[in-house]
Design a protein around this ligand. Structure first.
Ligand code: NAD
Ligand code: GLY
Length: 361
């Protein structure tokens, strides 16, 4: 078992990473129960994950009075209506300010129930128990919580850090291949932000990751969480460098919103979005044609899409991108590649070049 720390002063918290840790009652008693301060818990999961892992959670938190809330499954349910459903069931169960919420599932469960924890009675403690690769390497760490709006992805939310993150890599055994690849997109993202050595490792070990080799997965998860923890510790509320974690996301969020939530997986949209960011960077002469080709090749190796959908035209793309959290004072900021393995945040990009990338899409 590995432990990483997200260093946020008095709000620091551990990320526990291990195979089978949800079944290790000794580990849970020693490490996890201390993060539950009151006498009651609420466990939020969804209809797919609950039948697989909820029983494990019950046995771990048996000393606490627990209420389960089971959500419908899918990005299309990451909505204010689902949030309201959580609030109602928590009120009916008489959850109070000392209740701890456990978020068991992928990024959708983590984001929506994390936002419920951020806002219920002005904020209660919560614990992230991610069960998708994407949630393990990205969404469960760093405290971004929220829901989508029909006009834009993740538009309503709050920063609310968990008490701890528990990553049991064995839960990945039940995840389907498409979801596994979507998680790999976020892993690859860390490499192109600032870790080319990791890109080389990913290139060499992609088949092992896709085969779910436990050592390869554990290594990639650990290295990704370390990147995320370091960036979050340096810039918790995205005043600056945390925005680098959004490489490919302004394009990707436009794809997710434009195609209808859930039709493109988040990781798939980020994959195509990273290629678009690379193409725009190439138009500035910052990366070469062969480097963009190498990005495409790595993403393809992970069975990820490298072309945006043809159903969104350039004008629609532009409109969708204008509703993004990286629009500040009406100015769009994008994460681009200053060189391969060195991403930057820029509002000073060539707007005609952007239109060319969108038009080509
Ligand atoms: P998801 O939560 O929809 O999970 C994908 C699918 O896998 C779902 O059908 C889910 O029920 C199922 N599933 C989950 N765990 C499983 C398991 N162990 N076995 C079998 N099936 C399992 O999608 P996701 O990719 O985990 O998360 C995407 C969401 O995360 C998006 O809404 C995205 O915006 C958000 N996100 C948030 C952050 C953040 O910092 N908060 C970062 C990245 C992404
Ligand atoms: N996934 C982007 C962030 O956490 O900042």
């Amino acid at each position: 078992m590995n432990v990483l720390e997200v260093d946020l002063g008095t709000r620091s918290y551990p990320i526990y990473i291990g195979a089978g840790i949800l079944e290790d009652s000794g580990f849970i008693q020693k490490n996890i129960q201390k993060h539950i301060k009151g006498v009651s818990t609420v466990t939020v999961s969804n209809r797919t994950v609950a039948p697989l892992y909820l029983e494990k959670i019950h046995s771990l938190i048996s000393p606490f009075k627990n209420t389960d809330i089971i959500l419908p499954d899918g990005e299309q349910y990451k909505t204010p209506e689902t949030l309201d459903l959580i609030y109602t069931q928590m009120l009916e169960a008489r959850c109070d300010r000392k209740t701890t919420l456990l978020a068991l599932g992928g990024g959708v469960v983590g984001d929506v129930s994390g936002f419920a924890a951020a806002s219920y009675q002005r904020g209660i403690n919560f614990i992230q128990i991610p069960t998708t690769l994407l949630a393990m390497v990205d969404s469960s760490v760093g405290g971004k919580t929220g829901v989508n709006h029909p006009l834009g992805k993740n538009m309503i939310g709050a920063f609310h850090q968990p008490q701890c993150v528990i990553i049991d890599t064995e839960t990945l055994n039940t995840l389907d291949d498409r979801q596994l690849s979507a998680g790999i997109a976020e892993i690859i993202k860390y490499g192109y932000i600032n870790d080319l050595e990791f890109i080389d490792w990913l290139d060499e070990n992609m088949s092992q990751l896709l085969k779910r080799n436990p050592e390869a997965l554990a290594y990639a998860i650990h290295r990704s969480c370390k990147h995320k923890a370091d960036i979050v510790a340096a810039d918790e509320k995205e005043a600056g460098q945390r925005a680098l974690l959004n490489l490919g996301h302004t394009f990707g969020h436009a794809i997710e919103t434009g195609m209808g939530y859930g039709n493109w997986l988040h990781g798939e949209a980020i994959s195509a979005g990273m290629v678009m960011a690379a193409e725009l960077s190439q138009k500035h002469g910052w990366v070469s044609e062969s480097e963009v080709a190498s990005i495409r090749a790595l993403l393809k190796k992970a069975n990820l899409p490298v072309e945006p959908p043809t159903d969104i035209n350039a004008e629609q793309f532009s409109n969708l991108m204008s509703i993004d959290k990286k629009v500040q004072d009406g100015v769009l900021h994008l994460v681009l590649m200053k060189s391969l393995g060195e991403s930057i945040i820029s509002s000073d990009f060539d707007k005609t070049a952007l239109q060319q990338v969108l038009a080509r899409a």
